[in-house]
Every structure is written in C-alpha cells, then in structure tokens.
Design a protein. Structure first.
Length: 278
C-alpha cells in the first residue's frame, strides 16, 4: 500500500522531463560502473533514480536562474546553450557522485570511496580533486534536499514477488526472482523501444501524435506497471502454465488490468525476440 501510494504521488507530480536522463547510454554507463565496483542490484537502480531526479532539478534551477522561462529569440537560445554546456562539463562527475551516494545507502556492500571514484575519473582523463568530488556529492544532496533514499522499480518487483508467494501463487521463487532482475535490466536498457511498442498498441496506431506521447509519460514512469509487467513476462518465460494465475493475482494486488499486463508482456517479449533475431 505504501509503495502504491508513493507511486501515485510521484506520477501526480511528474515533471515534463521525466525519463530524459534514463536513455540507454546513461543507464548502461551506471550499470557497467556498478559492476566494476561490485555493487548490488538495488544500488545501481538507486543511482539511476538519483541521477534522473537530480539532473531534472538542476536543469530547472539553471533555467530559473537565467530567466529562461521568459527568454525569447537569441537570448533564449544562448541561455539553453549555456545550460547545456554546464551540464555536459559536469555530467560524468555528477553521475559518479550519484553512484557513490547510492552505495552509501546499501547495507550489504562496501561504499565507493573517494579514492576509488577519483581513480576512475582520472582514468577518463578528468582532473578533479578530492575537494571537488566532495562538493559534487554535496551539490546532489542539497539539490535533492537530502531525500536520496528513493524507491526503485526493483523494490516493487521484489515486494510483489513476496506478496504473490504469501497469497499462495505457486511459482519457482528463486529462479523467477533472478529472471525478473534480468528482465528489469533489459527493460531499462531497451526502454524506448519497449514503451514505443506499448504506446502503439494502446492507441492502435503506428504514428502517435505529440499529445499522445506527452500523455503516455505517466505510463513510462509507472513503477508499479513496470514491476507487474516484468513479473508477468518472467512467469510467461519460466513457467507458462502458471501465467494466467499470476496475472489474476497481480490484477487483484495492484488493480492493473489483465489487458494492460498482457500488452506490457507482449512489448517486452517482442523486444526480446527482436533483439535475438538476425
């Protein structure tokens, strides 16, 4: 109930730029860096969410500081160019800071030290100092008002799997969990393709309008739908005989319709098949 309420609250306050900093290259960078530093799954998803929320707020603050909302013509273009340059110049540093902060929230893994982070940045030819690294972490914390322990889609997946087991849905728990984590990674790394397919299914049209794309943003950012879709797809792949039972349970738990669950699973499976077909 708490996660569902939190999800609804987040969707009701969704900024227009939501999802912009979850493009494949950024997510892949965070995932690979987390693997390099031997961080667990929750940590890397936390890092993705921290970076997304921080970058959106930072862009908003930069635009406000320059009066971009009131700017016109050349002045507006110049302001956007300045904002873009500032973001580009510090982006990798901010990304590393978000991974560091996420690692400090983990109870099971060692945190990423400043020395480790600096060594990595230096390997990319950046010449940041330890002081600049600390200031970057503080910038993220201040921008997010120290609200960094945010929920991730993985938390939704794991909790729903627990509830399914508690409600007597007979599923192979451990292999299903492992597969769902892999599917969640896959969904994040092929996010645009999956949601593009899902949008076209929903509107029954291969050329959605700008308004339809804008309204679809709440679907793309719905963690509960993502978690339900991942679990449904996992059950379909691993234990198809239990699929209808699982969908029925997921519908009862979350209120998400069987049709919506089916459509999401179809979009994911279609992407999986497409990614393995020559």
């Amino acid at each position: 109930i708490h996660l569902a309420t939190e999800n609804e609250q987040y969707l009701s306050e969704l900024p227009e730029q939501a999802g912009y900093f979850k493009e494949t290259r950024i997510v892949e960078f965070i995932f690979l860096l987390s693997e390099k530093w031997h961080l667990d799954q929750p940590t890397r998803y936390q890092a993705v969410e921290l970076l997304e929320r921080f970058m959106i707020k930072q862009v908003e603050q930069m635009c406000d500081d320059r009066g971009n909302a009131k700017g016109r013509g050349q002045g507006q273009r110049s302001s956007w160019s300045s904002v873009r340059d500032q973001i580009t110049n510090t982006f990798v540093l901010r990304l590393v800071s978000c991974v560091q902060l996420a690692s400090k929230l983990s109870l099971h893994y060692s945190r990423v030290t400043n020395d480790t982070a600096l060594t990595f940045l230096q390997s990319l030819k950046y010449s940041y100092t330890k002081q600049e690294l600390l200031e970057s972490e503080l910038a993220v914390l201040n921008t997010l008002h120290f609200h960094i322990n945010v929920s991730t889609p993985l938390a939704y997946v794991e909790l729903l799997l627990e509830v399914l087991g508690y409600n007597g849905c007979l599923l192979p728990a451990k292999p299903l969990h492992q597969l769902c984590v892999q599917l969640l990674d896959f969904c994040y790394l092929t996010r645009e393709t999956i949601y593009d397919t899902l949008l076209k299914i929903a509107i029954e049209n291969s050329t959605p309008s700008k308004l339809q794309i804008a309204k679809f943003l709440t679907v793309k950012e719905d963690f509960m739908l993502l978690a339900v879709g991942v679990i449904s797809t996992g059950v379909f792949i691993l234990s198809p005989g239990h699929w209808e039972q699982a969908v029925e349970h997921l519908n009862c738990i979350t209120g998400i319709t069987p049709q919506s669950i089916l459509e999401f699973s179809y979009a994911v499976v279609r992407r999986i098949v497409g990614s393995t077909t020559p």
